[in-house]
Design a protein around this ligand. Sequence first.
Ligand SMILES: NC(=O)c1ccc[n+]([C@@H]2O[C@H](COP(=O)([O-])OP(=O)(O)OC[C@H]3O[C@@H](n4cnc5c(N)ncnc54)[C@H](OP(=O)(O)O)[C@@H]3O)[C@@H](O)[C@H]2O)c1
Length: 194
Amino acid sequence: MSSLADGAQLKPIRLIAAACNNLGIGKDGRLPWNIPSEFQFFLDTVTAVSQPGKKNLLIWGRCTWFSCPEGVLPLPNTLHVILSKKLRSVPKLAHYLCEDFDGMIRLASLPPLNDLIEIVWVIGGTNVYREAMEHPWCDLIYLTDIMADFDCDVFFPNFDKNVYRKQSGFPGVPDEIQEENGIKFQFQVFKKEC
Ligand SMILES: NC(=O)c1ccc[n+]([C@@H]2O[C@H](COP(=O)([O-])OP(=O)(O)OC[C@H]3O[C@@H](n4cnc5c(N)ncnc54)[C@H](OP(=O)(O)O)[C@@H]3O)[C@@H](O)[C@H]2O)c1
């Protein structure tokens, strides 16, 4: 990671994803399943701030951004950063374009945004998740276990469960197995043990 200027304000970096039995997360540019209550949990989590006026920074790989279902955006309490080396302008409804992960970190942690931003939520895809989980500021991985097999062409990266330890009774995250549309799933949170 490149060094940050003096005064950079540490921001918690958190991943949020849902993955099925083989860690699949996507197929043909879309989610492989339709589980509205799981998607609502995602929306509720990334839009939660501790006080009015604060914002969370949502980090999207280019493909994930353009796969977002119509009608989801805009989202309250959020600013959207698209990661891409190819795009030349900020897509409609997004706020910032960064050409690498470090550029996004500088955006989040230095003026003028540093006082506004609470949490950096990384919302995919694969490469963005991988960079985020390796970053020293990453503390939590929210990973819903979709307890079923789906045909997928994009996968959540493997991570060390001795570094990120599964939590039980994590505040605000139901522990029990749920079911919708015939698909069982369970919310999970993994916390980095330093
Ligand atoms: N189940 C879930 O929780 C979940 C979550 C998110 C996404 N998904 C699914 O995953 C699929 C999309 O994910 P994906 O992995 O294929 O693509 P993606 O990460 O969304 O997009 C890949 C593109 O993002 C840009 N990018 C990624 N990392 C970058 C970096 N460090 N710096 C600069 N640019 C970077 C590059 O764009 P350029 O080529 O423009 O440089 C790259 O080609 C979809 O099927 C989506 O539905 C599922």
